[in-house]
Design a protein around this ligand. Structure first.
Ligand code: ATP
Ligand code: MG
Length: 499
């Protein structure tokens, strides 16, 4: 800090000097440009120096009298040394007042003065240095303020730029702080969330989890038949932990995936069906040809056997065609039902009796287990369709039971409100992940395909029929058993519908 050596100043002039100083300070504070400041310094300096010209030089600007080479060199030197100095140049005195801040040179005020060197005391030099120091501070602040305004402008521009980019994205983006305040959201997000409290709360739940577990979470959520891919990421910023959520509507992608899957399944289906039809047809053709060619030479027992095979294969063909007809009816939603009160026990017995011979042929232990005390189990049902389901489940059990000593059992259970039909086999079960899938159209378990042929429609048809009966169908069983169950309500829902 510069010390004014008051003793060296004329004491009488102190009050005058202090009012000069405060006036100068006021003027400096009102200055708007570097030139305003330098002009004020020059004006106040005229109180001590008799000047006839002045000039200011800095890196950014120059004004006032144009300096000669020699004067300019001195000015540079004074600026670098931070030395206020008075030097005679070409028969006149020149005063160099450097302006500088702690870190850099700001410029030099150069004044041509006419004073006698003896008049310029140490005190005058100190006062001039102090005034120069004050001017430097104001210029420095002015520069800093200018830089700050410039920086703020850059920040605002960058923010505007980023916001525009984020608004033009197909993604909806929201940033929340740890108190779940929304710090930023783009236009797509605001549009998406308007009137969608349900969707908002699902996203909120994910944001909460991201804060709690401090980890990135990605999920697909379905809301009002629209699929969204939601991605939430915790981000540590200097202002604290934030979570950025980005949401994208992926319904079209999902729909495309679904259509591609159906298309693949249909192609598989056509291939399977052609294969399924070809096998019995070839057998029928081969046997009929043999009969035609050698009818005379065949004994009646062989002939009967051949015709029986033709009939069986014909039945098989019929069942495939029926399945396909059922399927097309299911597809067009015109699956007629003929509901009446029927005794489920009777249907189970019929199915058991009908398939007993086939079990025997294949060496399968086939059993029927009915509760002894129950003689009738009435349900509202289409008897033909329920028979079809039981037959289907039993045929599946026959087809897919891979136990060397296969066992299949049909049981009837009573769970108060419903009767439950159970078809058990001791083969390997359907895996947990595939227990829903096997009820989809055309779905066949990959590892089971080689075991037996089929179209993958049986269970899809069964599910549709059971649901039309207000019942359910599902799979149970441990690893080494497969238990298909379906339930039918005891209540006569047709004549006494629910209120
Ligand atoms: P079809 O249309 O001729 O019945 P399918 O038997 O292949 O053909 P579904 O009855 O719908 O079709 O069965 C679907 C799949 O479920 C089967 O391909 C098989 O992989 C699996 N599955 C069905 N029943 C059993 C069972 N008892 N044990 C193990 N897997 C089974
Ligand atoms: Mg089947």
């Amino acid at each position: 800090m510069v010390k004014i050596r008051v003793a060296e100043l004329n004491k009488k002039k102190i009050p005058e000097f202090s009012s000069l100083l405060s006036y100068f300070t006021l003027r400096l504070n009102a200055a708007e440009t570097v030139k305003d400041c330098v002009d004020e310094l020059e004006k106040v300096s005229e109180n001590f120096f008799e000047s006839d010209w002045y000039s200011y030089i800095s890196e950014e600007e120059k004004f006032g009298t144009v300096l000669k080479r020699k004067t300019l060199d001195f000015a540079m030197w004074a600026a670098q040394k931070h030395h206020l100095s008075i030097t005679p140049i070409d028969n006149s005195m020149v005063l160099f007042v450097p302006l500088f801040s702690r870190t850099k040179n700001l410029g030099v005020l150069v004044m041509g003065i006419k004073n006698d060197v003896s008049e310029i005391t140490r005190g005058v030099i100190d006062v001039e240095s102090f005034l120069a120091f004050e001017t430097s501070m104001i210029i420095e602040n002015m520069k800093l303020a200018k830089e700050l305004v410039k920086k703020n402008k850059y920040v605002a521009e960058a923010k505007y730029y980023l916001e525009n980019i984020l608004n033009s994205l197909k993604y909806a983006v929201v940033v929340e702080d740890i108190y779940r305040n929304e710090e930023f959201s783009n236009i797509p997000y605001r549009k998406l969330i308007t009137n969608e409290a349900g969707l908002r709360s699902k996203i909120e739940e994910m944001v909460n989890n991201a804060f709690v577990y401090r980890k990135e979470i990605a999920e697909e959520i379905e809301h009002d038949d629209v699929f969204y891919s939601v991605h939430v990421v915790p981000v540590k910023l200097s202002s604290g932990l934030k979570v950025v959520a980005s949401i994208q509507d992926i319904t079209n992608t999902k729909e495309l995936e679904r259509l591609q899957k159906i298309n693949r399944m249909k192609n598989d289906f056509v291939a399977t069906v052609s294969h399924e039809l070809k096998t019995p047809l070839s057998a029928i053709l081969a046997y009929s040809e043999t009969i035609l060619d050698s009818a005379d030479s065949l004994d009646s027992e062989t002939l009967k056997q051949f015709v029986r095979t033709i009939k069986n294969e014909g039945e098989h063909l019929k069942s495939i065609v029926n399945d396909m007809l059922d399927f097309s009816k299911l597809e067009s939603d015109s699956f007629p039902m003929n509901f009446k009160r029927v005794n489920l026990i009777k249907l189970i017995r019929e199915s058991y009796e009908g398939l007993k011979a086939r079990a025997q042929e294949k060496g399968i232990k086939f059993e029927l287990s009915l509760p002894e005390q129950v003689v009738s189990a009435y349900v509202t049902a289409d008897p033909k369709r329920i028979r079809q389901i039981i037959d289907n489940l039993v045929v599946n059990a026959f087809k897919y039971d891979n136990n060397p000593s296969p066992e299949v059992k049909i049981s009837l259970l009573d769970d108060e409100e419903n009767y439950v039909v159970e078809v058990y086999d001791n083969g390997s079960s359907v895996s947990q992940e595939e227990r829903d899938k096997v009820f989809q159209k055309f779905y066949r378990v990959e590892t089971m395909k080689a075991k037996a042929s089929g179209t993958g429609l049986g269970l899809a048809i069964a599910k549709e029929i059971v649901e039309k009966h207000r019942g359910k169908i599902w799979i149970e069983g441990d690893e080494n058993e497969c238990v298909f169950k379906f339930s039918l309500p005891k209540k006569d829902w047709l004549t006494s519908p629910e209120p």
